[in-house]
Structures are given as C-alpha cells and as structure tokens.
Design a binder for this molecule. Sequence first.
Ligand SMILES: Cc1cc2nc3c(=O)[nH]c(=O)nc-3n(C[C@H](O)[C@H](O)[C@H](O)COP(=O)(O)OP(=O)(O)OC[C@H]3O[C@@H](n4cnc5c(N)ncnc54)[C@H](O)[C@@H]3O)c2cc1C
Length: 402
Amino acid sequence: MNRLPDEDEFHREAVAFLDSYATRRSDETGQAVWGRGDDRVSVVAERAEGEEEEIARLKDYRAALDRVRLAWIDGPAAYGGRELPTHYSTGFRELESRYDLPDDGYTRFSVSTFCPALLKHGSEFLKQTYLHRLRSARLLACQLFSEPGAGSDLAGLSTRAERHGDGWILNGQKVWSSGAHYSDLGLCIARTNRDAPKHAGLSTFLVDMRAPGVEIRPIRQLTGGASFDEVFLTDVYVPDDHRLGEVDQGWRVVVDVLLNERGAIGLESGIDEALLFRLVDLVRHTGAAGDPRVRDALADLHIRSWAARETTTRLLAAAKGGVPGPELALSKLILVDLLRRAGDIASDVLGTAMIADTGEWGTFAWSELTLGLPGLRVGGGTDEILRNAVGERVLGLPKDAR
Ligand SMILES: Cc1cc2nc3c(=O)[nH]c(=O)nc-3n(C[C@H](O)[C@H](O)[C@H](O)COP(=O)(O)OP(=O)(O)OC[C@H]3O[C@@H](n4cnc5c(N)ncnc54)[C@H](O)[C@@H]3O)c2cc1C
C-alpha cells in the first residue's frame, strides 16, 4: 500500500528533484530572472531547429522523473503511476514552470490525451504494453485523425481498414498529424463498415509508425518549423490486438480523445505563472512598466488567466478522473484569447524587436507565440466548432443549421 506523503513533504521532494536536475528560471518567489535559461515563450509551436536534441533532452527528463516516481503522479500503480491525488500532479506542473526544462510539447499528446483514452478503452494487453512506456517517454505517440477531406467533420473520413487474417489492412491519407515524424505509435481512426451511418462504422487502431507502408511527409509552417506531417498509409498491417475499443465503435474513443485534448490544451498549454512573470519582466526591461495602459492590460491578463485556470481545474475535478464534458471546449477558447492578449502586450512593448531578431535575449522569442496562434485556433477543434459545442451542448441553444 502506498503511503500518502503530506503536501509539504511532497513539495520538498519535488523541489529537491527539480533542483538536482535543472536550473531555475525564477527566484524563490517564482519571479523570472531576466537572461536566465532558455528564452523560449512559445506554447504553440515547436522550433524550426534543434528538434532532435530537444526530444533527446525531454526523453532524458521523463526517464529521470520515472526513476523518482514523478512521471505519473496521479496514475494507477498497476501501470507505473503513483496514485496520488490529482492536485499533487497539478502542483508539480506549477513547480516545473519555474525551471529551465525541455519543451514538453513533444509528449503532450502521448501523456495528456492518448494515455487517458488508452486507460479507458484499451485492453489489459495494450495498457500493460504501452502506458508506462508512453508516460516515461520511452515511446512517443501522435494522432492520425484529420484527412484532406475530413477535419471539423471528422466522421466523414475515408481511410479504410479491412479485415486480413488476425488483423487489419489500412489504406488512406492523414494530414496535419503533429509529430508523426518522431512518433513510434499513431492513434488512427479508419472506416471499418461502409454500410453503417458515418459515425457508426469507424474503429480506432494503434499503428506502428515504422511499419511498412507508412510514409511521412513534413509540412512547413509559418513559424519556420515543420511540426506536423502528411501521413500516407498503403496496405499497412495492424494486428487486431492493436485495435482500441470495439469494432465500429471507434467514434466513442475519438470523442474522449478530443475532449481530453481540449482540456490538455486549455490547462497545460495555458498561461502559467512562468509565462506571466516573463511578460512582466519584459515590460520592465523595455521601460514600459510605468505606462498605465500596459499595467492595466497586464493586471487584466493576470485576472483572466487565474480565473481560466481555476475554471479548467474545476471542470477536470468534476470529471473525477473520467472524461470531462463538452464544457471543456471553453478552456481552449479562453486559452486562445489569453495568448492573443499576451502577444498583444508583448508586441506593444517590443515594437519592431518583435519582427526583427536583434539577438537580444527574451525579445524576438515572443514572435513565435504570435505566429503560432492561428494554428492553435484551428488545432484541437476550431473556434467556430467549439462555440457551437458550447452553444448546443452546454447552453442548450437550438442546433446550428447543418
Ligand atoms: C497546429 C495544428 C495541429 C494539428 N494537429 C493535428 C493532429 O495531430 N492530428 C490530427 O488528426 N489533426 C491535427 N490538426 C488538424 C485539425 O484537427 C483540423 O485542422 C481541424 O479539425 C479543422 O479541420 P480542417 O482543417 O479540415 O478545416 P475545416 O473543417 O474544413 O474548417 C474550415 C473552416 O470552416 C469552419 N467550419 C467548419 N465546419 C463548421 C461548422 N459546422 N460550423 C461553423 N464553422 C465551421 C471552421 O471553423 C474553419 O474556420 C492540427 C491542426 C493544427 C492547426
């Protein structure tokens, strides 16, 4: 039986580990220190260069977390978790934001979106085989949902999976698959029954991204990076024990994945303490701290982001570890608005230093956030789709004309 450490004890243990592993970006009070550590502020796009090194750093970090049992603080012990209450885990994330740690964008889908779906819908074999390895980043996963002809209307997809001996043969094309080029596993939705209504004839599979017939082509994006890909599947064999959920019931898995994704984007890519402190520090550094307009915008952002974090935490707590409801669409909508406000303040005080790299620490780095925002408005459900979800499924308004 696990002994539950009290919160102070856990905090000391977490700080001791983080101090031994990484450099603090902030002082004891959480205040960022200008010029210290990596000056990255982006929460929406990976970098154009140095991706392999960053992934190697992240894998090393998550392996270290795993050794001290911090890789899955609130997860089930049977799959490598520590079974502590969820607020220990959110507290640890808050602490992490004070340190110079590798970009965890590369594991965000595996850890926060895929693992919960695997826990809920996976067979015991899949859970034993993959959960611990995904949480400790020994394996990375990506999402193979969108297609050239199916995005918002995902159930209209045309990738096919046909029975073949003990498994399935997949054929089709996926697009906008974030991180497909560095992933080991892909969570893929495909049509298994062409006679059923469109939502009822789909199944989900775990595809080995290095299997014969999987071809990955990077897509260059506005930020200069290529964090997502086109994925072509040609006669790709997937054993039946790598099917997630029942045959033709894959839509249930998809709905859970998308809900978790919105929560994860809202909570984990959110405006954390570190980002706010960085912004305050930027304002001071550029000499704009005395400007009442800027002070007002900063205070407003702080209040809004605090309220947003509390709202998302409350929605997740209400789900009691299960899959949250459609209200979570709000988290992502609010996040996009907050990041736009943060970007506006940064560009206001930086002026041309936002668009021309002077090489000065902590200035041009803000441009990546602004350039990544249009993508964030679309990925994980567009603003329009999320507003419809909130209107129809939360507020009970009449349905939008389809
Ligand atoms: C940064 C990023 C990362 C992504 N990562 C992944 C990934 O890892 N895996 C993956 O499978 N996909 C991924 N996507 C794809 C993403 O899920 C889709 O782009 C998204 O669902 C929208 O689909 P679409 O691009 O086909 O646009 P469309 O669905 O064609 O929408 C076009 C426009 O029409 C609007 N619209 C569509 N239907 C309605 C409606 N009923 N009511 C009102 N307005 C509507 C939309 O809001 C949008 O403005 C990613 C996208 C981005 C930008």
